[in-house]
Structures are given as structure tokens and as C-alpha cells.
Design a protein around this ligand. Structure first.
Ligand code: PHE
Length: 363
């Protein structure tokens, strides 16, 4: 018995892993286990025998279960040790330097505009950058033969036979939208008036120099309601520009102009003054053009399936990049799209500079 016990204890101490140890436990202490069998022999013994054998067998059982517990603890510690060794954290690595990057002035200005116009009851509408001819031109009262088409240096997609195997027979010609005005059409078609929307987004024209880039940003405004007149347009623009430039001395000048989709049309100039050799918006030392606008042409309202005798409205469009340049003092439009980190760090905004009317939209 003594050598059997020694063997058993040796096997327990040598169990290579937890399943092996469990097998030893069953072999010793399980229902059919060796120790369990020994305990059962006690019942058939005389009281004298039992007095001798009882404590011996119980001590044996205790010895074995202690050995199992000890081995189990050792094996579990080894498992944990192994896991810790593979899941190391390199404490010598530098900690995260915090958020990188900044909000681009164009995004910031778009957020500012959305905030200002939300306060006036306008919601934000969007449309696709790949437009069709009808939404970008025809529905805006610019028919195929209209000379205004030549004013927009349009990027057209190839037509049938011109490199475009996917071109469907009879499909409308596609282009990169040249302005945000097609969003006027899409909004009027999708929703019932009254409508008060702005539509910021990218537009494209084949043009490139210090003040023109092939892609730039516009924001469109559209109001369609009953009894709308030019006074509403002027008040809205004045209110918006005062809030945007955060000055009360904003003076507007509306000049008669021409856009096919508005009648009458007005180009809007804002007065500027000189401050430390720089032109700043406000005052009236001189004028700069900032917006195109007008009353929505009855043909446009009709093209969208509305009755121009019932619904009138105004629309305006302006360059977001240009507004950003005027407000934040950059002088080269091309730098907006160069991705130069030094420029972005200098002119960028913190992600936490959320524009609010109460906190100041200036960021
Ligand atoms: N879409 C015009 C442009 O790109 C701007 C504009 C919008 C003018 C709305 C009048 C009304 O030049």
C-alpha cells in the first residue's frame, strides 16, 4: 500500500496539465477510485480493525487531496504565467499624443453657416455631385442652346461611343455639378413647400488659377413660400452676413444682375474697410462681391411641378471658400486644397470649437 500511495502521489506531482491532474483525481477519489474503494472496506471491518485502519485511510485520503490541490494551484499559476508572458504591454512605448489634425476652415465655415441658418429656420439639403444635364441646367431655365451654359466650364462625362461602355441608350448626359443650384430643383421635387433650405457642397468647373480651383465649395439658399418678395431676401442676407462676420456694421449693396434661374437677379456686394493695411468686411470704404441671388424664376418653379402664381421664393448662392478667406484672412485659394500640414495647423480649428450662436460662430 505504501508504495502504491507513493506512486499515486508521484503521478499527481508529475501531472503535466489540468486534464491529466483531473484524471488522477478521478483515479484516486472518484466513485471507482482507489481511495474510495479503500474507504468502502471500512464497513466490513471489526471495530478493532476499524480503529486502526480508519484514521490511516482517512489520513491517506487527506494526503492525496492535499497533493491534488497543491498540483492544481501550481498548474494554474503556470497557465497564468504563460498568458502574462504573451500579453505583455510595452510600457516604454510613448503614450498617445492626443488628437491629431484639425478641422479644415471650409468645414468650419460650413458648420457656422448651418448654425446661423438653422437659427433662421432653414434646414440643410443635399444633392449628388454627379448630376445630370436636366437638374444642373435645363430645369434651372438654362435650355440646351442657352449661352449661359458656356459660362460654366463644365466637366462632362463621356457620352455613348466616347469611352463609356456603361452608357445606357437614351440616358441623360451626366456631368460634375457646376453649382449647388440643382439642389433647389431636387428639393422642390422631393418636398412640398413652404421650403427653407441651405445646400452646402462641392462644385466643379474646369478652371484653375490663384482664385479658381477645379473643385470648390458653394452654399445655396432657397426659400419657397407664399408672398415672398425681395425684402425678405435682403433681410435674410443681411442677417446672415452680420452673424457670420460677427459685426453689426455690415452694409449690403444689391446690383441688378442676370442669372437664368432668377428674375429679377441681384449681385450682392458687401462693404469693406481698411484695418492695418488689410481689407476687412464692414464699413463702406469699398465694395466686394460676395453673393449671387434673386427671386426664383417662374419657369424654375413650374419645372418642379409647382404653380408660380401660388408659390414664390428667393435663392442665393455663394462661395464657401471665399467666405472663409474673407473671414479668416487667407489669400490664396489653392492652399485650401494643398494639404500642407503647416497651413492646416495654422488655419485649422480644434474639433471642440463647435460653432454656436451663443458662444460665437467664430470658432
Ligand atoms: N448658381 C449661381 C452660381 O453658381 C449662384 C446663384 C445661386 C445665383 C442662386 C442666384 C441664385 O454662380
Amino acid at each position: 500500500m505504501a508504495s502504491e500511495t507513493q506512486d499515486m502521489l508521484a503521478r499527481i506531482a508529475a501531472a503535466a496539465d489540468l486534464p491529466a491532474l483531473e484524471a488522477e483525481r478521478v483515479a484516486a477519489l472518484g466513485k471507482q477510485g482507489a481511495i474510495t474503494q479503500l474507504l468502502k472496506t471500512l464497513g466490513a471491518m471489526t471495530p478493532e480493525q476499524r480503529q486502526v485502519e480508519g484514521p490511516r485511510i482517512h489520513a491517506l485520503r487527506e494526503q492525496v487531496s492535499d497533493a491534488i490541490a497543491a498540483r492544481k494551484a501550481a498548474l494554474e499559476a503556470a497557465v497564468l504565467e504563460k498568458r502574462l508572458a504573451t500579453e505583455t504591454v510595452d510600457m516604454t512605448l510613448p503614450v498617445s499624443p492626443g488628437p491629431q489634425g484639425s478641422v479644415h476652415p471650409v468645414s468650419q465655415v460650413m458648420d457656422e453657416l448651418a448654425e446661423i441658418f438653422a437659427d433662421l429656420g432653414f434646414s440643410v439639403a443635399t444633392g449628388p455631385e454627379i448630376e445630370d444635364d436636366w437638374h444642373n441646367f435645363t430645369a434651372l431655365n438654362i435650355p440646351e442652346t442657352h449661352p449661359a451654359r458656356a459660362m460654366h466650364d463644365t466637366f462632362y462625362f463621356p457620352q455613348k461611343g466616347e469611352l463609356d461602355p456603361g452608357f445606357a441608350e437614351g440616358a441623360m448626359r451626366h456631368l460634375l455639378r457646376t453649382h449647388t443650384s440643382p439642389v433647389q430643383i431636387r428639393t422642390m421635387q422631393a418636398r412640398q413647400p413652404p421650403l427653407y433650405i441651405i445646400a452646402p457642397g462641392r462644385v466643379y468647373r474646369s478652371d484653375s488659377d490663384a482664385t479658381h480651383t477645379p473643385m470648390f465649395h458653394q452654399i445655396e439658399g432657397l426659400v419657397i413660400d407664399r408672398g415672398i418678395h425681395m425684402g425678405h431676401l435682403k433681410w435674410t442676407l443681411e442677417t446672415f452676413l452680420k452673424a457670420f462676420f460677427e459685426r453689426d456694421d455690415i452694409v449690403l449693396r444689391l446690383r441688378p444682375s442676370y442669372f437664368p434661374f432668377t428674375e429679377p437677379s441681384a449681385e450682392v456686394d458687401v462693404g469693406y474697410s481698411w484695418e492695418k493695411g488689410r481689407r476687412v468686411v464692414g464699413g463702406a470704404d469699398g465694395w466686394m462681391e460676395v453673393l449671387g441671388s434673386g427671386m426664383v424664376h417662374p419657369n424654375v418653379i413650374r419645372a418642379c411641378g409647382l404653380d408660380p402664381d401660388e408659390w414664390q421664393g428667393f435663392a442665393f448662392g455663394t462661395g464657401v471658400d471665399r467666405l472663409a478667406m474673407l473671414k479668416y484672412g487667407m489669400d490664396d485659394l489653392r492652399a485650401f486644397f494643398d494639404g500642407d500640414l503647416r497651413w492646416l495647423r495654422h488655419y485649422g480649428f480644434s474639433a471642440f470649437d463647435v460653432p454656436t450662436l451663443s458662444g460665437g460662430v467664430g470658432g
